[in-house]
Design a protein. Structure first.
Length: 310
């Protein structure tokens, strides 16, 4: 994790700079792998942080990639980290046809009064998952995750560990375990990686997920963009398909929904707004706000390491 991003997570969770429930902010970063000193050539990665509603009864914050360029950079990191082995294992174990990484982010929490039990996916035919990996947990903090049966009779508590992930699938009821790390001023951080075996039957459910800001939902083309990702990172019939060999998504035409888009109102700065307010301009001004990349910049079919330059 880049140092400045880790610092941002710590800052958001400090007593001096909390987000209100339902609040959101946007942050811009430059990749440490870029060597140019020319500001005009520096790629700007936008991340979003939001705090869920009061019903979650915690100070949990979700940090997610907020545009396509940041999403591509997170895929680069997963590729370098050997995530292809994970995709292959999941695909084979569950008898899937294909897999792609749908979204990437971090979950951070210092205090949770009561775990909000929920499901990430319903009725996706076993074709969508949330892969949770522990990044940091305070010493002696205990289990991090609660898992509950559908009938709410059986309940278990799970440690994330340091060399394994938890795969949350279709209809799995789960939530953050109660905790309080405020006295030590430490933050529990978990990586959350959404995966999908996309098909005609589950596309609308996967595309309709609202856990993260990106990819956006609605009329601006979010569903078309998600469909352009299908089968991108693992394919049971083609061993060459992988994060390492990634040639990107399929061609995708991006355009603004509104005629009066204003880049200064894309909420890419440090101001705090409500989640709905932050979504409004960005989801209607996908091209102006740089949410998706134009194909002439993205270059579908070309190796990602060639396009990104690292």
């Amino acid at each position: 994790m880049p140092f400045e991003f880790h610092t941002t997570i710590s800052k958001i969770h400090s007593l001096q700079d909390p987000l209100e429930p339902g609040g959101a902010r946007w942050f811009n970063f430059h990749s440490p792998y870029q060597t140019t000193d020319d500001p005009a050539q520096l790629r700007n990665f936008t991340w979003n942080v939001e705090r869920p509603a009061k019903k979650w009864q915690s100070d949990m914050h979700w940090f997610n990639t907020a545009d396509e360029l940041s999403h591509e950079d997170s895929l680069r990191a997963l590729s370098r980290g050997g995530f292809d082995t994970v995709l292959q294992g999941i695909g084979k174990r569950f008898g899937l046809d294909t897999l792609h990484v749908d979204s990437f982010g971090f979950v951070a929490v210092t205090n949770c009064q009561r775990g909000f039990l929920h499901t990430d996916w319903e009725d996706v035919g076993g074709g969508a998952f949330n892969f949770l990996v522990g990044v940091y947990s305070p010493e002696g903090a205990g289990p991090e995750l609660i898992v509950e049966s559908e009938d709410e009779v059986r309940r278990g508590e799970v440690h994330y560990g340091t060399n394994a992930g938890i795969l949350v699938g279709d209809g799995t009821r789960h939530g953050t375990r109660e905790c309080d790390h405020r006295s030590s001023r430490e933050v529990r951080i978990t990586a959350s990686i959404y995966l999908a075996d996309l098909n005609d039957d589950n596309l609308d459910v996967v595309a309709g997920d609202t856990t993260s800001i990106f990819p956006p939902t609605g009329e601006g083309g979010g569903e078309r963009w998600i469909w352009s990702q299908r089968g991108r990172h693992w394919n049971k019939n083609d061993r060459s398909v992988s994060l390492v060999n990634d040639v990107g998504r399929k061609p995708f035409e991006v355009s603004d929904v509104w005629d009066h888009c204003d880049k200064s109102k894309c909420h890419s700065g440090d101001e705090q707004v409500s989640v709905d307010e932050g979504d409004d301009m960005r989801n209607k001004c996908l091209k102006t706000c740089g949410i998706f990349l134009a194909d002439e910049v993205y270059q579908p079919g070309k190796r990602r390491n060639e396009v990104l330059g690292y």
